[in-house]
Design a protein around this ligand. Structure first.
Ligand code: KG4
Ligand code: ZN
Length: 337
């Protein structure tokens, strides 16, 4: 029997729908909200409204590109959290009403688990157990992945996420939101050793990025006092140096986790995993340590419904369905070890 799944992702500022047929992604439509760029961050109320505007057309487009009708969908998946509650409510209500109308089961998917499983969309797929460094705008985690749906959180940030460190730095540099892609771009021709930013001391496999943000703020104040054009004149070097520090913080803990758990199967995931500096550093570390490295294509790093569909596929096979009374949760349910 062929399995056709439709998945909806609406946890933050991307409205996305994807169709998966027999374990393969057939479409992945993403409408990214532009309305937040001038506000320096995602405005929850605007995000919810923008999802409402886009969700029907994005879903229709996903079905059209996959060349199936909604009547041939076997189950509908949605992101249950973590995320912005208003945004999650739009996706979950839409998925529930479609499931009710089509008389098909519902599958709820944890957004962070889905980021991890984005590594299964393309070949070669990771083998178990593996470690995944998941780096996004709201989370920074090291996850021990024992099976498709069996994951243990072994490290996480104590304050800001890695994506937040990029976005807040961009804000200080007067760059638009989201700052990560722009810092990545500007860093390409900068010197990563031009400026030295401190590396925090955090116990175990955990992270901290709030001190870095503060040190960048004071660094900019000090240099702008000496030269009001400092940012314009040094933007490439500043971006390259900040990126270098964020990446080195992430890589140090990933290497520590790999040693501690004696695992050489390594994956990265989440919006920040599209960063060219991070991809390069992870590749170099893999060569040094003999890791087998998995990095999703950029399209599956930032928020997308294909990763929700992929996770839903494994939940469908496991018979793990959701009821119509499911309530999305804005917070992550996992606990750190
Ligand atoms: O996974 P994601 O799309 O959404 C969340 O689940 O949060 O991640 C978004 C984050 C933002 O902080 C954005 O600035 C960052 O990913 N990001 C990047 C790059 N592309 C997206 N950070 C650094 N370099 C990039 N190329
Ligand atoms: Zn995400």
């Amino acid at each position: 029997m062929s399995i056709n799944l439709l998945a909806i992702e609406s946890s933050c500022d991307d409205t996305s729908a994807s169709v998966l047929i027999d374990g393969c992604i057939r479409s992945n439509v993403i409408a990214s909200q532009k309305v937040h760029s001038k506000h320096g961050g995602v405005v929850p109320e605007l995000a919810g409204r923008a999802h409402l505007k886009k969700i029907i057309t994005v879903t229709e487009e996903a079905l059209t590109r996959a060349m199936i009708s909604k009547e041939s969908v076997d189950a509908i998946a949605f992101t249950s959290g973590p995320g912005l509650i208003g945004s999650l409510m739009v996706g979950s209500s839409f998925a529930k009403s479609m499931a009710l109308a089509l008389k098909v089961p519902l599958i709820s998917v944890d957004h962070m688990q889905a980021h991890v499983l984005s590594n299964f969309i393309n070949d070669p797929k990771p083998s178990f157990p593996f470690l995944c460094l998941t780096v996004s705008g709201g989370h920074t985690q090291i996850v021990l992945v024992k099976d498709y749906l069996e994951m243990e959180l072994i490290g996480e940030t104590k304050d800001d996420a890695a994506g937040e460190a990029f976005d807040k730095t961009a804000n200080l540099l007067k760059l638009p939101y989201p700052g990560g892609p722009m810092i990545d771009e500007l860093a390409r021709i900068g010197n990563p050793r031009a400026f030295e930013f401190p590396e925090p001391r955090v116990a175990g496999l955990h992270f901290s990025f709030s001190g870095l943000k503060t040190s960048i703020r004071y660094f900019l104040i000090e240099n702008l006092n000496k030269n009001p054009n400092f940012i314009e004149e040094s933007i490439n070097d500043i971006c390259a140096s900040v990126q270098h520090r964020i990446v080195s913080i992430l890589m140090r803990k990933l290497e520590k986790a790999a040693r501690q758990y004696n695992i050489k199967e390594i994956a990265i995931a989440g919006g920040v995993s599209s960063n060219s500096g991070l991809r390069q550093a992870a590749t170099e570390l893999s060569e040094i340590n003999g890791w087998t490295l998995h990095i999703p294509p950029v399209e599956y790093c930032t928020d997308n419904a294909a990763m929700i569909a992929m996770t839903a596929y494994y939940k469908f096979l496991a018979g793990d369905f959701e009821t119509l009374s499911a309530v999305p949760s804005a917070r992550i349910e996992w606990k750190s070890s």
